[in-house]
Design a protein around this ligand. Structure first.
Ligand SMILES: CC(C)(COP(=O)(O)OP(=O)(O)OC[C@H]1O[C@@H](n2cnc3c(N)ncnc32)[C@H](O)[C@@H]1OP(=O)(O)O)[C@@H](O)C(=O)NCCC(=O)NCCS
Length: 157
């Protein structure tokens, strides 16, 4: 019997130049924001059979506080545990780097909210109008315009 796909995923740190833009832009449609994040963040890829199927970025934003950004899984590999494997890897990596708190920003609705909260993240703040003021184009998900960003936090200690 073959193992579930998540058992095959290898996650490794890499350089910004190797990060697939299509995956980064799937998590954040702004090229300018993706470029800015890439510039300062630690970059990680998840691979299955040497093909990159997922990405995430990690950045220290304050002493002992890290932010997870642009976690994204190729559409053909979603819903198979790859995102959860990468999220667990990000949590472990931030903890190993000395973080006491890991934060992530996400839209105020959508399955992503459940994805993060299943791993223990709690809603800690609302950035009202974030998607209206930080993006040139309107962003829609499930036919609803994204307006507000929720900040979610995982306490690591
Ligand atoms: C969010 C994302 C990284 C999750 O990756 P994934 O590999 O699909 O995640 P998993 O397979 O580990 O799924 C985790 C849970 O989320 C749920 N989920 C994932 N994608 C979903 C979807 N499209 N619709 C509904 N639920 C979904 C799964 O049901 C699963 O729940 P379970 O553990 O109870 O089965 C991925 O869907 C993605 O790349 N989305 C587009 C980019 C994005 O929105 N990034 C986040 C920006 S804040």
């Amino acid at each position: 019997m073959s193992l579930p796909m998540r058992e095959h995923i290898q996650i490794r740190e890499t350089v910004a130049a190797e990060m697939p833009r299509d995956l980064l832009l799937q998590a954040d449609p702004s090229t300018a924001r993706v470029n800015a994040c890439l510039h300062n963040a630690r970059c990680f890829v998840g691979e299955i059979d040497a093909d990159i199927v997922g990405v995430y970025l990690l950045q220290a934003t304050a002493p002992e506080v890290w932010e997870l950004m642009n976690i994204s899984v190729h559409a053909a590999f979603q819903m198979q545990g790859v995102g959860s494997a990468m999220l667990r890897h990000a949590i472990a990596t931030a903890g190993a780097a000395g973080a006491i708190r890991l934060e992530v920003g996400t839209g105020s609705f959508g399955y992503q909210l459940g994805f993060y909260q299943r791993h223990g993240f709690r809603v800690t703040a609302i950035a009202q109008d974030f998607f209206l003021t930080h993006y040139d184009e309107p962003i829609h998900e499930d036919g609803i315009q994204l307006k507000d960003m929720l900040r979610l936090t995982l306490e690591l200690r």
